[in-house]
Write a protein that binds this ligand. Structure first.
Ligand code: HEC
Ligand code: HEC
Length: 403
């Protein structure tokens, strides 16, 4: 009875009353750093700017600006919740083929090899990314972290800020050729604290109505229950967004594998117009292939995984606030997402490759996929769902929102 056991555990984890008081010093530090704008170059942005706790730790806009105005990333900020339990990027052989799983980021480039934890590897990327928070280098990060959060830093690892660096001179100086020994422990602590917070009950709450239902504490409506049956049956959603509980916790609604669904290009992605993107509208998001290609052991697997991105969690996909879906935010409605899974290979191809979701839905056509060759044709594209069944699946998705 693994599911029943997991349900009991997640009730313990989710208990909201007093949870904040029971946070460990490391979780508390991670939470403080998560909201700390001093970790961005010009002091205006924190992790929460793009990963809003009130919006499922995702962002309302598909392409928020970085700390420097006019700078944008290439992808939509996803929900970061439930990603901290993604294993180190690895592969296993299934049906004679390498199946890749784990890592953080849509393309798995935060592999987890450096600190043994993808979320900890990941934490440095937005802070140092010039299109996001834009800090100059890790020595500057160490100086800023000790300056802005010295008490929480000391509580988590006594002595770590005993010899703080001067913020102004350190951040203005060029990147040291070798990491300064006195900053190594500080940066390590920042990364681990952020990853620990992301894995904590503050972020992984397991407190949705679906969790209550699994624990026998709530009912689903007839429509939601029908949606769950489709999700786990005819619509095959649970083949990737798995409903089985793992590691003694509730279901995370992803198996951390990679797939190319054939999502169209998003004409609203500002990256197409960015000067640093030398390819303009010919730019293609290669997903996992770019990560694999950089690794001599895995490079030969790259061509088969062009455009494959990590399966996201479906927890908190609906918060009642505006939200964009998929790696490039092309979808803005759950109705559109489910219609796409159902009819990708049924509706005709649109005349233009550069349409919005609303335009395509109105014209009852789908624009060409961003990457066609590797598109999954086994589990989606023609699910033969009625419109009533589509609505039932959407109703079920809305039960996955944490309190
Ligand atoms: C300017 C907006 C922005 C800021 C600020 C930002 N992020 Fe992100 N975040 C993104 C985008 C965009 C992605 C997706 C990038 C990708 O997949 O290539 C992302 C992805 C992630 C992921 C990966 C989730 C997954 O599915 O694997 C994690 C974890 C994360 N961010 C944590 C953080 C933390 C921690 C901070 C603060 C230190 C932060 N982010 C700050 C935009 C932002
Ligand atoms: C073959 C694996 C697979 C199956 C089957 C599958 N999904 Fe997905 N799902 C993915 C991947 C991969 C993504 C991310 C794709 C991207 O960003 O381009 C995704 C993204 C999503 C998103 C967007 C989440 C976000 O935060 O952006 C929703 C919603 C979703 N799927 C719902 C469903 C539903 C409902 C079904 C069943 C009808 C389903 N999925 C079946 C792999 C799958």
């Amino acid at each position: 009875m693994p599911r029943a056991r997991a349900a009991v555990l997640c009730l313990l984890l989710a208990a909201p009353a007093g949870a904040a008081e029971r946070m460990t010093p490391l979780e508390r530090l991670g939470q403080a750093l998560f909201f700390e704008t001093a970790l961005s170059g010009i002091g205006t942005q924190s992790c929460a700017s793009c990963h809003d706790p009130a919006n499922g730790f995702a962002s309302a806009t598909a392409f928020p600006e970085g700390a420097v105005p006019g700078h944008f990333g290439q992808r939509k900020p996803p929900s970061l919740a439930y990603q901290a339990v993604s294993p180190v990027l690895h592969h296993r052989i299934e049906d004679g083929e390498a199946l890749f799983l784990g890592g953080n980021m849509a393309d798995g480039r935060a592999r987890g090899g450096a600190l043994g934890d993808p979320a900890a590897d990941q934490a440095l990327l937005p802070i140092l990314n010039p299109d996001e928070m834009g800090l100059t280098h890790t020595a500057c990060l160490a100086a800023r972290a000790c300056d802005s959060q010295s008490d929480a830093m000391e509580a988590a690892r006594p002595g770590v800020c005993a010899m703080p660096l001067d913020v102004v001179t350190t951040c203005a100086a060029a990147e040291p050729a070798e990491p300064l020994p006195e900053t190594l422990a500080t940066v390590d602590l920042v990364q681990r604290a952020l990853a620990t917070f992301e894995a904590s009950p503050q972020v992984m709450r397991f407190s949705s109505r679906y969790d209550d239902y699994i624990a026998g504490q709530a009912d689903l409506t007839a429509e939601e229950a029908a949606g769950l049956r489709l999700f786990d049956g005819k619509a095959q959603c649970s083949a990737c967004h798995v409903l089985t509980a793992s590691d003694g916790q509730g279901a995370v609604l992803t198996d951390f594998t990679y797939d190319n669904l054939g999502v169209p290009r998003n004409p609203e992605n500002p990256w197409y117009r960015a000067t640093v993107n030398g390819k303009g509208r010919d730019w293609v998001d290669r997903g996992l292939a770019a990560t694999l290609e950089a690794d001599p052991v895995y490079a030969s697997a790259a061509p088969g995984l062009e455009g494959a991105v990590k399966v996201p969690t479906l927890r908190n996909v609906w918060t009642g606030q505006p939200r964009a879906y998929m790696h490039n935010g092309w979808f803005q409605t759950l109705e559109g997402v489910v219609r796409f899974y159902n009819t990708r290979d049924v509706w005709p191809r649109c005349a233009s490759d550069w349409m919005t979701e609303a335009e395509a839905m109105a014209a009852r056509c789908w624009p060409a996929p961003e990457v066609e060759a590797t598109m999954n044709r086994d589990e989606l594209g023609n699910l033969k769902l009625t419109e009533a069944e589509e609505a039932q699946i959407v109703a079920f998705l809305k039960t996955l929102t944490d309190r």
